[in-house]
Write a protein that binds this ligand. Structure first.
Ligand code: MG
Length: 460
């Protein structure tokens, strides 16, 4: 890889990502893992990979780089990202490397670097690894001091037992839930249906063979992509459908009528149940989350702690303030008694656990939540004008509750807000508007879109 200013950063919001044999080649991964191995100074590293066609190639390149820099490489094989994160702590490793591109299309792959606490490394450590990479300042070991490779076979079972220890499986068994799992040919195929069967559910699966071509559906569980699951849930008369993303750290749920609900709803259900059992607890969520999450906290004696958007921010905040539950609208549930990172299979176990306790249908649990409508849109804005545009917008807001945690969030009434966030990857502002009916949410998005367009036009 040539050193140009554009390539001075390797890590994006969730590790290093790119298209196979374009941005991401085995040679690049070798150098990256030399840099990671040098940074961790020959420590104990666990490495795992997802089912993408390019994963074995990158796995081998990364293993070589780590051995060359004196690391003890613990090969955990193919598994979900949260399984690797769980095992770092269980096996007392110094760090972890996950070869995955999560929910990205099949041609992509990537590397997530995880710290010894099981959470992805913070930006400060990424910067040090980038520095080693661009300076080629690797610490390569002599032939007789190379690291070694250890094959570990029991990782997924240990992870599964870890999840089971947080739910009441006798109770779940009694509920006789019929469920349909759609791992989208991704890593959930290796764990989620097996776990649910062991918990006593009657389990049906679709797209549950690992296949790097992703023949069933794209790895991102959007409502559009999981329509097949909705139909199967209905046809089987099942109580619940579960769709996972490619590396199984996020889960989206389908009710017994065959309607898929976005992640803020399942988070709301889990939050409500969690707070009724644990009043006074703090709930961590990004500023883009629904007002519903705050309302549930208010009604159930909980306290919301807002963070910047991004799963690492939620995880790190939870660790810092010792919060036990966090969530994102995209289906990320963070349950710290298990681990403070998002975990699609743990989220699934929490949902079947509470359904068996409540003896309520999933659609009934959804109906019991406060109802809001969210509109998402984007506004073009050149990178260099983003800061200035936002400053001008802030100066125009008078007498309204605002938050500046990530972009600008303006509460326009008790029930409605709008969030304007500069995108980290594209020359746009992302706009989120929420209100208690769809029309108001649309109007709100439109109003602020016009204001920002005007500001950008003026300062261009
Ligand atoms: Mg993922």
């Amino acid at each position: 890889m040539k050193k140009t200013n554009l390539q001075k950063r390797l890590f994006g919001t969730n590790g290093v990502r790119g298209v196979t044999n374009q941005e991401l080649s085995p040679e690049f991964i070798l150098k990256l893992s030399y840099s990671i191995g040098s940074f961790f100074n020959g420590g104990k590293i666990i490495i795992a990979y997802d089912g993408r066609l390019s994963s074995p190639m990158f796995f081998n390149a990364a293993t070589s780089g780590l051995i060359g820099t004196g690391c003890e490489v613990n090969d955990a094989g193919m598994m979900p990202t949260p399984a690797l994160q769980y095992l770092i702590r269980e096996w007392q490793m110094d760090a972890g490397l996950m070869i995955t591109a999560s929910h990205n299309p099949p041609e992509y792959n990537g590397v997530k670097v995880v710290d010894k606490d099981g959470i992805e490394i913070p930006r400060s450590k990424e910067e040090k690894i980038e520095e080693i990479f661009f300076e080629e300042d690797y610490c390569l070991f002599e032939w007789d001091k190379l690291g070694k490779k250890i094959a570990r076979f029991n990782g997924i079972d240990e992870y599964k037992e870890g999840i089971k220890s947080h739910v009441d499986y006798e109770r779940i068994k009694l509920a006789k839930l019929k469920v349909v799992v759609d791992p989208g040919n991704g890593m959930g195929s290796l764990i989620t249906p097996y776990l649910l069967r062991e918990l006593g559910c009657e389990v049906y699966t679709i797209n549950s063979n690992v296949d790097g071509n992703f023949p069933g559906r794209p790895p991102e569980p959007t409502l559009k992509n999981i329509q097949q699951l909705c139909k199967v849930v209905k046809a089987c008369n099942a109580s619940l459908g579960i769709a996972l993303d490619g590396d199984a750290d996020r889960a989206i749920f389908v009710d017994e009528v065959g309607i898929a609900h976005w992640g803020d709803k399942s988070f709301g259900i889990i939050e409500k149940n969690f707070l009724s059992n644990n009043p006074g607890e703090k709930i961590v969520t990004p500023v883009s989350s629904s007002k519903m999450i705050e309302e549930i906290a208010d009604e159930n004696d909980g306290k919301i702690v807002w963070t910047k958007v991004g799963s690492i921010n939620v995880s790190r905040k939870m660790q810092e303030i010792k919060a036990n539950l966090g969530g994102e609208e995209n289906g990320g549930i963070f349950y710290r008694p298990h681990q403070p990172v998002r975990d699609g299979t743990m989220a699934t176990a929490l949902i079947v656990n509470l359904m068996s306790y409540k003896k309520q249908k999933f659609s009934e649990l959804i109906k019991s939540l406060p109802c809001y409508y969210t509109i998402k849109d984007k506004i073009p804005c050149p990178e260099i004008l983003k800061e200035k545009a936002l400053e001008i917008l802030v100066s125009k807001i008078k007498g309204q509750r605002i938050e500046l945690i990530d972009g600008l969030k303006i509460w326009t009434s008790n029930e409605s807000w709008v969030l304007i966030r500069p995108s980290g990857t594209e020359p746009i502002f992302r706009i989120f508007a929420e209100a208690n009916d769809e029309k108001n949410a649309l109007e709100l998005a439109k109003k602020y879109k016009t204001i920002i367009n005007q500001i950008v036009k003026e300062i261009k």
